[in-house]
Design a protein around this ligand. Structure first.
Ligand code: FES
Length: 101
C-alpha cells in the first residue's frame, strides 16, 4: 500500500469521472458533490472502461451493457454486473487527490 497523487481536485468537475493510470492499474476517479472516490476503471462484467460511462449520483453506468455500480462501495447495483468493483481510499491533501493504492 502506498499513497499516490491521482490528479488535482480541479481536474474533475463535480458530477464527472476521469481515468487515471498508475503503472498497469487503471482507475476511475470520481467527483461526487465535491467528494472524491476511486475504483478500478475496468468493468467487472467485461472490458469496458467505466470512466467512459455515465455518472448518475452515486452510481456509474457502464457504457457497454449499461450495468451499474455504487461508486462509494463498489457494489454492483444493476444487471448484468454482479461482481463488485475494487475501491480505493481517497483523500484530498491541499489541491491533490490522493489514493491509497
Ligand atoms: S462490460 Fe460493463 S456492463 Fe458489460
Amino acid at each position: 500500500m502506498a499513497d499516490i497523487i491521482l490528479c488535482k481536485t480541479s481536474d474533475i468537475a463535480p458530477g464527472s469521472v476521469i481515468r487515471v493510470e498508475h503503472g498497469e492499474l487503471g482507475l476511475a476517479v470520481y467527483n461526487i458533490d465535491g467528494t472524491f472516490y476511486a475504483t478500478a476503471d475496468r468493468c467487472t462484467h467485461g472490458l469496458s472502461s467505466l470512466s467512459e460511462g455515465s455518472l448518475m449520483g452515486d452510481e456509474i453506468e457502464c457504457s457497454m451493457h449499461f450495468g451499474t455500480f455504487d461508486v462509494k462501495t463498489g457494489a454492483p447495483t444493476g444487471a448484468p454486473c454482479s461482481i463488485p468493483l475494487r475501491t480505493f481510499k481517497v483523500e484530498v491533501r491541499g489541491d491533490d487527490v490522493v489514493a491509497d493504492i
